[in-house]
Design a binder for this molecule. Structure first.
Ligand code: ZN
Ligand code: ZN
Length: 390
């Protein structure tokens, strides 16, 4: 008997607006887009933020998968949840068929999502008009309280507390249950209860964690978002197994998200901070949930032999210390003192000696692109900042 496995991929995790600030690259700057492949092969996409473009590009690769029939759920119509639509290349291929699900907005009326498509692609906002979108598109209206099935999977929608409305989704597959509840502010008793019902016993509970608990109580009250602390509280109350902090604030640097995750982990066992490229599988192991992080996406890797001492904390929470050898290192850049003054935005060849495991030296040659020049630590020297490019 084969074990049913579902796969959840994170293509965009940032809230409000995409970020390209290098301080946010590790968690990622694309706005919300998730892909869930159910054990029966049904493909779901949750939200159409800018992460959707990368998902579309993946389909174009030979092993990229992609289904000719896909079900796309849109939580609401704020920019960060729809902005990827015109850039999703599978929409322009006539063999594809998409089923879109979203609610009727009182500001747009009938066929709200269809109108969003047309408005986004109207002149002069986009160079190509709707007639170029050759894929078949079907639009289905849904609202809070709706439940239906798609093949083996049961879908439930509930209203969340967010300006102009927002839906949370629960998808129950034979491998486990995923609940997607982003863009929600706690504090409305009726909607809080509704979210508890939606999230009850979820294997993966993805929750809005845009603000710190302090911000949520003060300066960001009423903005329609939540915090890691609310997520932990809710996950505990409803018996959710794994909590995923989602919709990171565009002003939250990677270090800040690290700190939110650390605090959440002190209070709840299984928490992840959503990260672009992260994949969670459901049903594969005894504890049901397994997360995989992407390889370094933007950095250059080189083989090396550096002796190292490593200290850290084990999966079980124990501190450890170990001596080892670093064999593969990823490099982003370096600060180099030079007597010569290279030209800004020019290329340098940098060759470094690396001590081998058995005392033999070897060298590592890299191309560095000059990004900054300052006065060096000694007179007549400059401190040259390079980014390694190959
Ligand atoms: Zn949002
Ligand atoms: Zn929103």
């Amino acid at each position: 008997m084969t074990v049913p496995i579902a796969k959840l991929s994170f293509w965009g995790v940032r809230g409000s607006t995409p970020t390209v600030d290098p301080a946010t690259w590790r968690y990622g700057g694309n706005t919300p887009c998730l892909e869930l492949t159910a054990p029966d092969g049904t493909q779901f996409i949750l939200d159409c933020g800018t992460g959707l473009r990368m998902l579309g590009n993946r389909w174009a690769t030979p092993s990229g998968g992609g289904n000719h029939e896909t079900h796309i759920f849109v939580t609401h119509y704020h920019w960060d949840h729809i902005q990827g639509i015109p850039f999703f290349s599978p929409l322009y291929a006539e063999n594809n068929e998409f089923h879109f699900y979203s609610f009727r907005s009182k500001f747009l009326g009938r066929d709200s999502l269809k109108q969003v498509f047309e408005a986004q692609m109207a002149l002069p906002y986009f160079p190509v008009d709707m007639s170029a979108m050759n894929a078949r598109r079907k639009f289905k209206e849904m609202e809070g309280g709706d439940t239906f099935t798609i093949r083996e999977n049961k879908i439930t929608a509930r209203w969340l507390n967010h300006p102009q409305g927002c839906l949370g989704f629960r998808i129950e597959t034979p491998a486990g249950t995923v609940v997607y509840a982003t863009d929600n502010e706690p504090g409305d008793p009726k909607l809080d209860e509704s979210l508890r019902e939606l999230a009850a016993g979820a294997d993966i509970f993805i929750n809005d964690a845009q603000f710190t608990p302090e911000q949520l109580n003060t300066t960001r009250k009423g903005w329609g978002h939540s915090s890691w602390q609310e997520g932990v509280r809710l996950a505990r109350e409803v018996g959710a197994k794994t909590l995923v902090l989602f919709h990171h604030d565009p002003d939250s640097t990677d270090r800040m998200v690290d700190s939110l995750l650390r605090q959440a982990r002190e209070e709840f066992d299984s928490v992840f901070a959503a990260s672009e490229g992260m994949v969670i599988t459901l049903g594969e192991t005894a504890d049901n949930v397994q997360a995989h992080m992407p390889g370094m996406r933007t950095t250059l890797r080189r083989e090396a032999q550096f002796r190292a001492k490593v200290t850290g904390v084990t999966e079980g929470g124990k501190e450890f210390q170990e001596e080892t050898v670093v064999r593969d290192i990823s490099l982003q850049g370096a600060l180099i003192s030079l007597q010569n003054m290279p030209r800004l935005q020019s290329e340098l060849q940098v060759t470094m000696e690396t001590p081998g495991e058995d005392g033999l030296q070897s060298s590592m040659r890299l191309k560095g692109y000059v990004v900054r020049i300052d006065a060096g630590p000694e007179k007549g020297q400059s401190a040259v900042g390079v980014v390694f490019t190959d």
